[in-house]
Design a protein around this ligand. Structure first.
Ligand code: 5RP
Length: 233
């Protein structure tokens, strides 16, 4: 199916990704506004007879999938995921990512890690020459002060992410606190990812530098899409 000529890059990217979903697949469902368009299209296809099982990466995605009639399983219920479709906040030329604007990066990483292939859907505003952050970091409440101090000694500044329509910090779907680590331009994404993830108390950060070799990026444009990375899905 060709994309609708609708002037909506996110919708174009989201719809195109749905074309890679085949009958019988287990599909990881990422979080965010672009993947929501993929779920719109998958819901249409399910009404037309497509049979899939979705594995959601957040409470929000599970709710949206249920509204659309997409059958769901948890990560515990499946042994492998054929394909995951997810969004991103920054994408560098080597297809390294920053994720976690929606505080879902830990579950997103678990689902991506269980997947055979990963499609990232985004508009062109997410492309960058170099990752700059901020890097979302999920932290267990017990270790909050310790992790902030460790991140600050690495040279950047740290902001505890506040809730919207909630006083105080955002709590992730896992009940943890989200920090935004402002490191400035990131010269070694893989190194910084490892360094942050190795701080005791960190559950996971939003740099994803290790998935490029199984990734296709679909960049939505006004009336079409650009495909980056592996395109032999
Ligand atoms: C959530 C994410 C999202 O995938 C990312 O923020 C992209 O969202 P959108 O498609 O709304 O721009 O990482 O934690």
């Amino acid at each position: 199916m060709t994309n609708p000529v609708n002037g909506n890059p996110k919708e174009n990217a989201g719809f195109r990704a749905a074309e890679y979903v085949k009958d019988g697949m287990t599909v990881g469902l990422g979080t965010g506004s672009t993947v929501a368009y993929t779920m719109d299209r998958l819901a249409e296809k399910i009404k037309g007879g497509l049979r899939i099982i979705g594995v959601p990466t957040s409470i929000q995605t599970a709710m949206k999938a249920r509204e659309r009639g997409i059958p769901l399983a948890s990560l515990d219920d499946v042994t492998e995921i054929d394909l995951t479709i997810d969004g991103a906040d920054q994408i560098d030329p080597s297809l390294r990512l920053i994720k976690g604007r929606g505080a879902a990066q830990v579950r997103e990483r678990c689902v991506a890690d269980a997947s055979n292939r990963l499609i990232i859907v985004a508009d062109a505003s997410k492309l960058c020459d170099q990752l700059t952050g901020p890097v979302p970091v999920e932290v267990i409440p017990f270790a909050l002060g310790h992790v902030i101090r460790r991140l600050e000694t690495m040279g950047g500044s740290v902001v505890v992410r506040d809730g919207v329509k909630k006083d105080g910090p955002v709590l992730s779907d896992n009940g943890n606190i989200i920090l935004d680590y402002h490191s400035g331009p990131i010269n070694d994404p893989q190194g910084l990812e490892t360094e942050i993830n190795n701080i005791p108390g960190v559950v996971g950060c939003g740099i994803m530098a290790e998935f490029s070799n199984m990734m296709t990026v679909i960049i939505g444009e006004n009336d079409d899409c650009r495909i980056l990375g592996i395109n032999d899905l």
